[in-house]
Design a protein around this ligand. Structure first.
Ligand code: NOJ
Length: 730
């Protein structure tokens, strides 16, 4: 894990050109490269113009007017002394003008190639506005769905998040048509903010940082990412914007990172608010010492660094090192060489829309399909009723981070279903918004539901209920949605529920009322057509959960890769558990680890997702019984589609190390493959495992220990088909 090839992201040429340029800069110009200011939304004030020309601004964020961006670059490149181009940053997180599914939904595709294509499409659109840097991907592992920013990441698992993060970096940076510098965030541990409250404190021991929170960052750097952003949250008593261990010892020394670190929005002066610096000046000094190259928005570097160097409070060579890293990245990106913005051709634009729709379709996770209620038969003589606050909400289906997404591009479920079903569809919103508490419309809905053969409920959360600083303690369906479900369910008409949400929601109280349940996250602009394709079976659902869905919020944090404890719950020790009502009081025999008022299992486990096909796993074989360093192990399995239609399965390989020098998770995802399989056919899948794949951090170093490793392969983290091999270290 630590033998990374992070360094190769920066060419020797970029480094040497940066070195030569640095020598020509005055101290003021050097500090200017460390200053990022907020744009002025369509104008360039005299102060901004002067700042760019004098070389005291190196980067601007949040300016998306192409003419303004072009003018700012012209000022920087043609009128400033050294012609250093600006980094133009923007949160391009899941699409630009065309909204793609939220990142958590993208993770549910388990399809890195498609996610890469999505990032490439977003880069293409954004680069037209002159944006050359996105603050994405967010690779914070999160095991707490109360946290609003869970929407913006890739879920609970380091391997899945690593693959997704790498795909995003490749897509943004390696596009043939356009390139955006990517930025891994938020280093590190932000997703562990206590009680799922944004910006809250975190205490994460190094063993957990190394095994769980760091790997997606390292993976993203290995994919070539050249910028990184610290977490707002305090980590073990040291907020990352002032944390030299994180930014220097780990990032630069251990991993060899040669890009630059941009603070989060005003996170440098927040060192004072956290209580580790007495004023803004001290905060600026602390951030420089810690290795934060660029100050986002706060002006604290612009205000203080020059005087600090001139009064010997700060050494100029610290500034030099930080500026060198920024300049090298600007060279590496080719910013000094490229001019002008590209335009998107009609066929590229079509592709942007297609990719958004494919991502949406593949992100949807079929969680329940009793009596094969799905796919719908649109040619049946039946009448369909569409009900719910998320059925016709062009903005709410987009999710968080949609600064630039054009709402007019959204196609809702109602519009798309009406196109397909025409007169056989009726619609009633039931509730005006997802938070609407009113039961006023229920009578009318009940009347319509009674007359229908099938009800499609479009439920979920409005976009504003997830995202930065939008955390919740009660993560059930908000407003009167549970009551709406009960009102409809009383009539006995079959119900298909579609949930559009920014997080896993607790659905325990209503889940039995659904015949079908499709979890769609916030699917983006193309929600309607994508949902219709899945509902009608034009697309066979293939999404798998990137995060555990809890039965009760009190179970949080609940995740598949937990420790075993010394007293794991077993069916023998948990008694009084009523399958019909998992909240019934329980008793235990022998004091095992569970809550008295909820079943010990999750509602749906990580990796779970149904299909209209039926997948069966068998014939698990290992290429060897024991594995030594530098050897690889091939694990093969026979996957069969015994269902009536062609489908796509995400086959997952998990390991367990049952005896190690430190406790290890009961399951760990190591590999996965998306496989298309025709009905009634089978395929032999091969997973290749390298020695390094089995390493872990034991508290002081990364190592592989001798002993047994259990291996499981299947369609979720609950895979039962398994065997074991022996690891031999000498
Ligand atoms: C604050 C957020 O934490 C960060 O993720 C984002 O990129 C910046 N603001 C810039 O908008």
């Amino acid at each position: 894990m630590l033998g990374s090839n992070v360094q190769s992201a920066l060419s020797p040429d970029a480094k040497s050109r940066a070195g030569l340029l640095l020598k020509k800069l005055t101290l003021t110009e050097k500090i200017g490269q460390m200053v990022q200011v907020n744009g002025q939304q369509g104008e360039i004030s005299g102060e901004l113009r002067q700042g760019i020309i004098s070389g005291s601004i190196g980067s601007v964020l949040n300016e998306v007017n192409p003419e303004i961006v072009q003018e700012m670059q012209r000022l920087a490149q043609e009128q400033s002394r050294h012609g250093i181009p600006l980094l133009i940053g923007r949160d391009v997180i899941h699409g630009f003008k065309i909204g793609q599914p939220i990142p958590l939904g993208q993770a549910a595709t388990w399809n890195p190639d498609l996610v890469e294509a999505g990032a490439q499409a977003a880069a293409l659109e954004a680069s037209q506005a002159g944006i050359n840097w996105t603050f994405s991907p967010m690779v914070d592992i999160c095991r707490d769905p109360r946290w609003g920013r869970v929407a913006e990441g890739y879920g609970e698992d380091p391997v899945l998040a690593s693959e997704m993060g790498k795909a995003m970096v490749r897509g943004y940076q390696n596009g043939s048509q356009a390139q955006l510098l990517s930025c891994l965030k938020h280093f590190a541990g932000y997703g562990a903010s206590e009680s799922g409250r944004d910006y809250n404190t975190t205490y994460i021991p190094e063993i957990e940082l190394q095994n769980v929170y760091f790997p997606p960052f390292l993976a993203g750097l290995e994919a070539g990412c050249l910028s990184i952003m610290p977490s707002f949250s305090d980590l073990n008593g040291l907020p990352p914007s002032g944390n030299g261990w994180l930014m220097r010892d780990i990032l630069r020394k251990a991993w060899g990172f040669q890009g630059f670190v941009v603070s989060d929005w005003e996170s440098i002066p927040q060192l004072q608010v956290h209580g580790i610096c007495e004023d803004r000046l001290a905060s600026a000094g602390k951030a420089v010492q810690a290795g934060i190259n660029l100050d986002m928005a706060s002006h604290v570097y612009a205000e203080n660094l020059q005087a600090m160097v001139e009064s010997d409070q700060l050494q100029e060579n610290l500034i030099d090192d930080l500026v060198l890293e920024i300049l090298a990245v600007k060279y590496q990106m080719g910013l000094f060489d490229s001019h002008g913005q590209k335009t998107v051709t009609p066929s590229q634009q079509k592709n942007v829309i297609q990719v958004a729709q494919q991502l949406a379709e593949q992100s949807m996770v079929l969680l329940k399909n009793a009596d094969k209620v799905l796919p719908l038969d649109k040619n049946s003589s039946g009448h369909f009723l569409l009900v719910g606050p998320m059925a016709d909400q062009p903005l709410e289906q987009l999710g968080t981070w949609v600064f630039d997404v054009e709402q007019a591009n959204s196609i809702t479920l109602k519009t798309a279903l009406e196109n397909e079903l025409g007169e056989s569809l009726s619609f009633h919103p039931g509730l005006q918004t997802s938070r609407d508490q009113s039961h006023v419309q229920f009578k009318a809905v009940s009347k319509m539901a009674k007359a229908a053969d099938l009800v499609i409920l479009a439920l979920g959360e409005e976009a504003i209920l997830s995202g930065e600083a939008h955390c919740r303690t009660d993560i059930r369906l908000p407003g009167a949605q549970e009551a709406l479900i009960s009102a409809v369910a009383e009539l006995g008409t079959p119900i298909i529920a579609i949930v559009m949400a920014g997080r896993p929601l607790v659905m325990e109280a209503v889940i039995d009322k659904f015949d079908g349940l499709l979890y769609a996250w916030h699917p983006g602009s193309m929600a309607g057509p994508a949902l219709v394709n899945v509902l009608l079976g034009n697309t066979n659902p293939s999404g798998k959960l990137p995060m555990t869905i809890p039965r009760a919020v009190g179970q949080v944090p609940i995740y598949y890769g937990h420790g075993n404890t010394g007293k794991p719950a077993t069916p023998e020790t948990v008694i009084g558990l009523d399958d019909i009502d998992p909240h019934a009081s329980q008793l235990s025999v022998g004091n095992t680890s569970f809550h008295l008022d909820v079943a010990p299992s999750p509602q749906f486990c990580f990796g779970f997702g149904l299909s209209y096909s039926q997948f069966v796993y068998g014939d698990l074989r290992f290429s060897r019984e024991s594995l030594k360093p530098d050897q690889s192990l091939e694990v093969s399995v026979l996957l069969e589609n015994t269902g009536p239609v062609d489908g796509v399965e995400v086959a997952q390989l998990y390991i367990r190390d049952p005896v190690a020098s430190v406790t290890r998770p009961v399951r760990q995802l190591k590999k996965f493959q998306r496989v298309a399989l025709k009905s009634q056919t089978s395929i032999k899948l091969i997973f290749s495992i390298q020695w390094q794949d089995l390493s872990f951090f034991n508290g002081s170093s990364w190592l592989v220990e001798a002993g047994i490793i259990e291996i499981y392969v299947g369609g979720s983290s609950d895979a039962r088909l398994g065997g074991q091999i022996q690891l031999v270290t000498s």
